[in-house]
Ligand binder design. Structure first.
Ligand code: SF4
Length: 486
């Protein structure tokens, strides 16, 4: 446990996120000085003192003062500037103490490209934006350039999306063959809910009816069926659901229809043929890794061979836009293991690849695994991330979206790479929050974006995660959306 003691409570969350970025495997407790207990001063503890125009960072090991830094602060009149500056002085002290540099510097939010997009909209040149990232957030050159590059690509890709009078649809299928070690999504083994699948799909249809009635004046730009693993549904169940969507909603203008096939152990010829026949334009076949030992360890319960078979099957059926999700930082995997996976990806040559840095989520079984085996079993580095980027670029895939999560291994990022014209539009929309997304199913979140002049904002409403509760309260779930969009 690392104790952090702040002089005020106004930036506690930001201080916590930054210290956590330096110490991803540790519990960090942040308190204000008035709530400090004597035990707070055991072990490693950090005082973050800020008072108008002055800040003082003190790092102690027990009673030994190791770091003692004082700085002049910027004016508090601009709260955001003040917060950014405080994070900068704290970063410098932590970096001095740990000897670490974080690739994203003080940036702890999940959408670093938003900074580039906003500055582009304000007319700044690429060089000016690069300097901004480096000066304000101490971001590394390569991450700042990556963000700017992606911001340009995103802007081009979204140029024909109906922001204000359009919407996208997300449908969640929260079932999987088994639960992966690192999973923190709304996902349950299908076997547990076998007898309730019909009821679940019936509730989805009820939500689709609501959309069909209330969104007649909006253009549907993209549909994404995710999860969980949508292909845990049988071929007949998939057909029934997709036919219903097509019958009720105007699909004539959609630019993308994705189904996350996901796990190789859920894919078969019948299902893929159904998806193709019903107009699905993009699917995911997600290996995560091509190392069988790792697949066994993370509980995927499928073989590498099944991934090849699913991929080849999808190709032979005619899919020309296949994504593959990978994870860097899986337990026990080092540079060479990731390089092996990337080599296999290169041979398969998919249209897009999403490289995730493993996120260590509280709700996942991975936490327990790390407790037993130690955080050092989770490896990620600049070299690994650069290598994944180089391999993607060697097969013509360019980075087109990027986001970060809390507690990512090595404090890195998730990056989507795609061939030109094969980018996942929905992936960008969900990150950039420029279009309303109506989300159906247990554990999904609907977001309404308001494009009023000088009042751009987003409001959201959630569907409950528990499947029984979702089925029981389906009318309330719909009512929540009605209210949000009224
Ligand atoms: S396939 Fe995805 S949603 Fe399903 S258990 Fe694994 S990580 Fe979770």
């Amino acid at each position: 446990m690392i104790n952090v003691i702040c002089s005020h409570d106004n930036f506690i969350y930001d201080v916590h996120s930054l210290v956590k970025a330096f110490y991803p495997g540790e519990d960090i407790k942040v308190v204000t000085i008035d709530k400090m207990e004597p035990s707070t001063c055991d072990g490693l503890h950090i005082f973050v003192d800020y008072e108008d125009d002055h800040s003082a960072i003190r790092i102690f090991e027990g009673s030994n003062l190791i770091i003692c830094d004082d700085s002049e602060m910027v004016s508090y009149d601009n709260r955001v500037e003040y917060k950014n500056f405080l994070k900068k002085v704290l970063y410098i002290s932590l970096s001095k103490y740990t000897g670490k540099q974080l690739p994203w510097g003080t940036l702890t939010g999940i959408r670093p490209t938003k900074i580039a997009v906003t500055n582009m909209e304000h007319g700044l040149s690429d060089d000016e934006i690069l300097e901004y990232y480096k000066n304000v957030y101490l971001t590394s050159d390569s991450k700042a350039k990556l963000s700017i590059d992606i911001a340009h690509r995103e802007t081009d890709i979204l140029s024909n999306i109906h922001y204000d009078m359009g919407y996208s649809l997300y449908i969640g299928i929260p079932f999987c063959p088994t639960t992966c070690l690192y999973c923190s999504f709304t996902s349950f083994p299908r076997s547990i809910y076998e007898k309730k699948i019909d009821k679940y799909v019936a509730c989805l249809k009820k939500e689709i009816d609501y959309v069909a009635n209330d969104f007649t004046d909006r253009v549907l730009d993209s549909v994404y069926i995710g999860g969980g693993t949508p292909t845990t549904l049988t071929s007949d169940e998939l057909r029934d659901l997709i036919l219903y969507i097509k019958e009720k909603l105007d699909m004539s203008k959609i630019k993308e229809f994705t189904v996350e096939a996901g796990r190789a152990d859920s894919i078969n010829e019948d299902k893929l043929k159904t998806l193709k026949e019903l107009g699905v334009t993009r699917i995911s076949v997600n290996p995560q890794t091509f190392n069988q030992n790792t697949l066994d360890l993370i509980g995927r319960r499928h073989t590498v061979e099944q991934v090849y078979e699913a991929y080849e099957l999808a190709r032979s059926i005619g899919f020309d836009n296949i994504n593959m999700d990978l994870i860097v930082g899986l337990p026990g995997e080092k540079y060479e293991d990731v390089r092996y996976t990337m080599q296999k990806v290169k041979e398969l040559n998919p249209e897009s690849v999403t490289v995730h840095s493993l996120a260590i989520k509280r709700a996942s079984r991975l936490n327990k695994w790390i407790e037993d085996h130690g955080i050092e079993c989770i490896t990620n580095s600049d070299d690994i991330m650069d290598m994944t980027q180089n391999v993607c670029e060697s097969i013509g895939l360019k980075p087109y979206y990027l986001y970060r999560q809390k507690n990512m291994s090595g404090n890195f990022e998730n990056v989507g790479y795609a061939k030109e014209g094969k980018e996942g539009i929905y992936n960008i929309l969900i990150m950039e929050e420029k279009q309303s997304i109506v989300a159906l199913g247990a554990g999904t979140v609907t977001k309404r974006v308001f494009h009023e002049a000088d009042n751009y904002r987003m409001e959201r409403c959630d569907n409950v995660k528990d499947i029984d509760m979702y089925i029981e309260k389906i009318d309330e779930m719909i009512e929540r959306k009605c209210k949000l969009f009224s």
